[in-house]
Design a binder for this molecule. Structure first.
Ligand SMILES: [Zn+2]
Length: 400
């Protein structure tokens, strides 16, 4: 296939399969004009929508939506606007057309400064929002977060960060057992911010209280959470059982055993999302990086904190998570596509992304039968192609 470039003015794309956000249309077509979808359907497209281009034996899917991403391409969202753009662009090339920029735990003033730097990028639609992963997390489940900066969510601090975000903060991960956490969940939800449960040592009952207060997302379920015990099931059981909660999974072959991915996807059918939780080394060579203030080393595609050995986010891109979930875990393609498109879009309250429908954003991923990304259209513009040997996959070797 010759890789398309530039801006789409008015066109109809035909393909063997089109995934509209709910089901596969075979064969299918998508109409695009500038930055919007003008039509989608099965079979032969109507003539009036523009020049027809046949993509052949591929699947056209909505652009992916990543709710949890710290960086990529050697850059992190903590490091200012230019770094944020570098990181976002690497993920664009791998099919993610909408992503939430995640910030790790730090001193309050540091987080506030990082938030203020990202606000203009949210306003310019370069990132979809900001996710504060901490500092209101459990010290016992800190993972790659620095223990010294973790704290109880006092109302003044919560208000300070929400105000600094000026509407740009999309999600906050916190531990429900922290003093003041339930009140924080309520004030986040009242401010239109998604409250997510994660990095937590909460009991089952404490988690249920957080969900009742409005917490609606499980941050990377299983990772950095008290384990499931039959007499004290903890947060995992509470989050999995409640139909209102959307479950994040890091499907990279490192964070979760494939049987655990399959299990969670079965229990939380229609309400699980794949996230990357990617740090700077995603789409970049192996070596030494930083995750916030912590030194991290990436070896064989696995990022670990140098001091503690804790897994420090992933080196994933969402296309690789999709391949892993389909090709290794064995989940149905449509279920996995929903988990990277419609379901995360629903979490963000966005009906204009994550699906192919008239009036939606012109965000498309062209996937081969092997689920490799062949081209990406973001907001009506073709993303610069991934060149030859795919430097965007860095030095990591993966079989999927
Ligand atoms: Zn985390």
């Amino acid at each position: 296939m010759t890789t398309p470039v530039g801006v789409v003015e008015s066109a109809v794309f035909r393909a063997r399969h089109v995934f509209d956000g709910e089901r596969l249309l075979t064969p299918g077509w998508v109409g695009v004009r500038a930055d919007r979808i003008t039509g989608v359907g099965e079979g032969v497209p109507p003539g009036a929508l523009g020049a027809v281009r046949h993509f052949g034996e591929v699947t056209l899917a909505p652009g992916f939506v990543d709710l949890h991403c710290h960086g990529g391409g050697g850059a992190a969202f903590t490091d200012g606007p230019d770094a944020a753009r570098t990181a976002a662009h690497v993920h664009h090339r791998h099919g993610t057309t909408t992503l939430v920029a995640s910030l790790v735990s730090d001193e309050l003033e540091q987080i506030e400064a990082q938030v203020r730097q990202l606000v203009p990028l949210v306003q310019a639609d370069e990132v979809a929002g900001i996710h504060l992963e901490g500092p209101w997390l459990s010290a016992a489940q800190c993972g790659a977060h620095r223990r010294q900066v973790l704290a109880d969510p006092d109302p003044a601090a919560v208000g300070q960060l929400i105000d600094a975000g000026a509407g740009a903060i999309a999600m906050v991960t916190l531990a429900p057992e922290r003093l003041g956490a339930i009140a924080a969940v309520r004030s986040l939800v009242a401010a239109g911010v998604i409250a997510a449960v994660g990095h937590t040592d909460a009991t089952y009952d404490e988690t249920v209280v957080a969900i009742e207060a409005g917490a609606g997302v499980a941050t990377h379920l299983f990772n950095a959470q008290r384990g499931l015990h039959h007499r004290e099931p903890g947060p995992i059981m509470a989050l999995l059982q409640d139909e209102r909660v959307v479950i994040e999974l890091i499907a990279d072959g490192v964070h979760l055993h494939p049987s655990v991915v399959a299990f969670a996807a079965g229990v939380a059918a229609g309400r699980f999302v794949l996230v990357t939780d990617a740090m700077a080394a995603a789409g970049a060579p192996e070596g030494n990086y930083r995750l916030g203030p912590l030194a991290v080393r990436v070896t064989d595609g696995v990022a670990r904190v140098v001091d503690s050995g804790a897994i420090a986010g992933s080196t994933l891109t969402l296309d690789r998570a999709l391949r892993y979930a389909v090709q290794v875990v064995g989940l149905p393609l449509e279920d996995v596509l929903r988990a990277v498109t419609t379901t995360p879009a629903r979490v963000l309250g966005r009906s204009d992304i994550g699906r192919l429908a008239v009036g939606a954003q012109a965000d498309l991923v062209v996937l081969t039968d092997a689920l490799q990304v062949e081209a990406v259209l973001r907001r009506g513009r073709w993303v610069d192609p991934v060149a030859g040997c795919d430097p965007a996959d860095g030095g990591h070797r993966h079989s999927y």
